[in-house]
Design a protein around this ligand. Structure first.
Ligand code: BV8
Ligand code: ZN
Length: 256
């Protein structure tokens, strides 16, 4: 992407006028931090680890060590990664307006860049809990740095009821945590601009949030190098990667 990323003037004006921005992000937000997305053909996580095998309650029931090992491996990749210029631009955007991040991502890169994350719709790699009694698990054996090379790692046992500890993420077929979903709905209902970054817009009910913003007459700006399932719905598109498009948008808003 060349230095002169095309930023529509109307998108710059929409950010300048906004007092409360909801930023809705997906896996593409973390791609330039070296974290694979789910559906990009060449690097997509899907290609190496079939979602039907792993990101479901059925996989967990069938082979908890394989599922636990995969999430521990992913947690270590995130721990070894850094927020990218896109994460930092979003944190900077909040210096002169209210910005709340609603993310589908299970990494902590927004937080590490300094953003206020209103909602982790699909949970977090860093919040393991008991698969039976739900007690949060803080044992040192859940430390991603302890993840071993091979994929299969036996999950720890809950100290309260001895059931296996599971990843703190939302699997396909599982309901989103009530609190996270309600906080995301409130953010979308109250904000006067939405910026959508790095999502293919095919995972529901999360993907319904930009549609709700448009339905409220709120401008929606999409930052994605490729068209997505949301592209026909959004108000403005910035066809650029997050770490290029978001800093360029911020520079344009600041009149740089
Ligand atoms: C549920 C955590 C019901 C785990 C994830 C209709 C209504 C409701 C549900 C459904 C429905 N239709 C189908 C369903 C079921 C399902 C679903 O939506 N399936 C899809 C595949 C069709 N939904 C569910 O199962 C949800 N639960 O509905 O429960 C229920 C209700 C009551 C009681 C019981 C049950 C739960 C979904 C949550 C699944 N968990 N993650 C884990 O991480 O392992 S979803 C997973 O996909 C990630 O969270 C990821 O974020 C998310 C979405 O993918 P994207 O983020 O968009 O990433 P993707 O790779 O697809 O796209 C990347 C994009 O980035 C691309 O556009 C690319 O161009 C762009 N990009 C690339 N590089 C860059 C970039 N952009 C910017 N910069 C770059 N550098
Ligand atoms: Zn327990």
């Amino acid at each position: 992407m060349t230095a002169e990323t095309t930023i529509p003037d109307a998108a710059v004006a929409a950010v300048r006028d906004a007092e409360w921005v909801t930023v809705f992000t997906g896996a593409g937000m973390s791609a330039e931090s070296g974290i694979s997305t789910f559906r990009d053909a060449d690097t997509g996580l899907w290609e190496r680890f079939d979602p039907a095998d792993l990101a479901t309650p059925q996989a967990w029931a069938r082979d908890p060590a394989l599922v636990w090992g995969w999430y521990q491996w992913r947690a270590r990749l995130v721990r070894d990664a850094e927020p990218n210029a896109g994460h930092h631009a979003l944190a900077d955007l909040a210096s002169d307006r209210t910005v709340g991040v609603v993310t589908q991502n299970v990494d902590d890169l927004h937080e590490r860049a300094g953003s206020h994350v209103v909602s982790h719709l699909h949970g977090s790699l860093f919040a393991p809990r008991c698969s039976n009694c739900g007690t949060p698990y803080h044992g040192v054996d859940a430390d991603p740095d302890r993840a071993v090379e091979e994929l299969r790692v036996e999950p720890p046992a809950c100290p309260v009821c001895l059931s296996p500890v599971r990843p703190g993420v939302v699997w396909f077929g599982e309901a989103l945590p009530e609190r996270e979903w309600t906080r995301a709905e409130s953010a979308v209902a109250g904000s006067d601009l939405m910026i959508v970054v790095g999502t293919s817009g095919i995972v529901y009910p999360a993907a319904a949030l930009p549609e709700r913003a448009v339905g409220r007459g709120v401008p929606v700006i999409e930052v994605n190098p490729e068209p997505s399932a949301l592209s026909s719905t959004v108000t403005h598109r910035i066809a650029a990667p997050a770490a290029v498009g978001l800093p360029a948008l911020l520079r344009a808003v600041r009149g740089a």
